[in-house]
Design a protein around this ligand. Structure first.
Ligand SMILES: NC(=O)c1ccc[n+]([C@@H]2O[C@H](COP(=O)([O-])OP(=O)(O)OC[C@H]3O[C@@H](n4cnc5c(N)ncnc54)[C@H](O)[C@@H]3O)[C@@H](O)[C@H]2O)c1
Ligand SMILES: O=C(O)C[C@H](O)C(=O)O
Length: 328
């Protein structure tokens, strides 16, 4: 990143994730304390006034790194010259819905946004899709942006990764900072596979520290269904934790992951680990030189294989569904 202002566009800026995200971006937590930021807030017309209220609060916070805030209701303007695009704006699910139920409702948002990114984004644009169903929305946006390298369209599974870390730390009674090499595979949905088979706690292999029944019957479903659990308990879907994970995802993409660790992100598959090329699937990834790269050469045992295959099968079904809807 340079020291000239970076343009960051946040869609759904008046929503609950937007409200938790914007102040952290403006304070420098997204890109670092030396990088000035220009914010673009995209909303639907009915929510523009609320976004303008948030822009007023951003002014009032007097962030030294914030060089300007624009509130807009058209995608073309929102993505003109954008360097970092956070596609949050979408309808969240309510109690009893699966994320797949949102496919049609939210799919229509991401085709025009992909086209607007294709038309106007900066050459170094990085896109993170947060709005659900995030993996397939990223696929839709990417398919309308043929001039942007596929690797620039990612979807968020960092919240799942962070949730997995928190659950494992609690089980082992260790600080989260002691944990390395967890991975989320597949879809950001209940089929996702939170994988600890390569994980370490304070340098010790995690598989020797937990039993398989805890992993299969408690840990995996707890992490995979945490979104629904939050909706049930909080009465609204995760917001501050989702914003925090979005900050982590972009921060690491730009600044790199630590040498002795990896993280998780949903990226365009290159066919690694048998995941069909092009699907936006979560993998263990490292960030080097401003690029996310899939960690290669990991052993995948039979249990992991069946979990990864199940989640990838769901991604293929979603891909076929949006093909039928004419969205890709
Ligand atoms: N990937 C993840 O880990 C993760 C985690 C939490 C939430 N989510 C998803 O993030 C999305 C947003 O959640 P939220 O709680 O902030 O919802 P919210 O309803 O509070 O806010 C969504 C905002 O998006 C706006 N919006 C709708 N269509 C738009 C469009 N075409 N362009 C711009 N803005 C538009 C709405 O006006 C609203 O202000 C949901 O899809 C939710 O399921 C994903
Ligand atoms: O679960 C949801 O619908 C919201 C979000 O994807 C989450 O994981 O919290």
């Amino acid at each position: 990143m340079t020291n000239s202002p970076v343009t960051v566009t946040v869609t759904g800026a008046a929503g609950q994730i937007g409200y938790a995200l914007l102040f952290r971006i403006a304070s420098g937590q997204l890109l670092g304390a030396d990088t000035p930021v220009r914010l673009r807030l995209l909303e639907i017309p009915a929510a523009v006034r609320a976004a303008e209220g948030t822009a007023m609060e951003l002014d009032d916070a007097a962030f030294p790194l914030l060089t300007g805030v624009d509130v807009v209701d058209d995608a073309k303007h929102a993505f003109d010259g954008v360097n970092v695009a956070l596609l949050v704006g979408a309808r969240p699910r309510s109690k009893g819905m699966e994320r797949g139920d949102l496919l049609e409702a939210n799919g229509g948002i991401f085709a025009p946004q992909g086209a607007a990114i294709n038309a106007g984004a900066a050459d170094d644009v990085r896109v993170l899709v947060v709005g659900n169903p995030a993996n397939t929305n990223a696929l839709i946006a990417r398919s309308h942006a043929p001039d942007v390298p596929a690797e620039r369209f990612t979807a968020m599974t960092r919240l799942d990764h962070n949730r997995a870390k928190a659950q494992l730390a609690r089980k082992l009674d260790v600080p989260v900072a002691d944990l390395r090499k967890l991975a989320i595979w597949g879809n950001h949905s209940a089929t996702q596979y939170p994988d600890v088979s390569h994980a370490e706690a304070g340098g010790r292999p995690v598989p020797g520290l937990v039993d398989q029944s805890w992993l299969a019957d408690e840990f995996i479903p707890r992490v995979a269904k945490r979104g629904a659990e939050i909706i049930d308990v909080r009465g609204a879907s995760s917001a501050a934790s989702a914003a925090s994970a979005a900050i982590d995802h972009i921060h690491d993409w730009v600044n790199g992951t630590p040498a002795d660790d990896w993280t998780s992100a949903a990226v365009a598959s290159d066919g690694s680990y048998g995941v069909p090329e092009g699907l936006v699937s979560s993998f263990p990834v490292v960030a080097r030189g401003g690029r996310y790269e899939i960690v290669q050469g990991l052993d995948v045992d039979a249990f992991s294989r069946s979990r990864i295959d199940a989640s990838v099968a769901e991604l293929r079904e979603e891909q076929e569904a949006v093909q039928r809807l004419g969205l890709i």
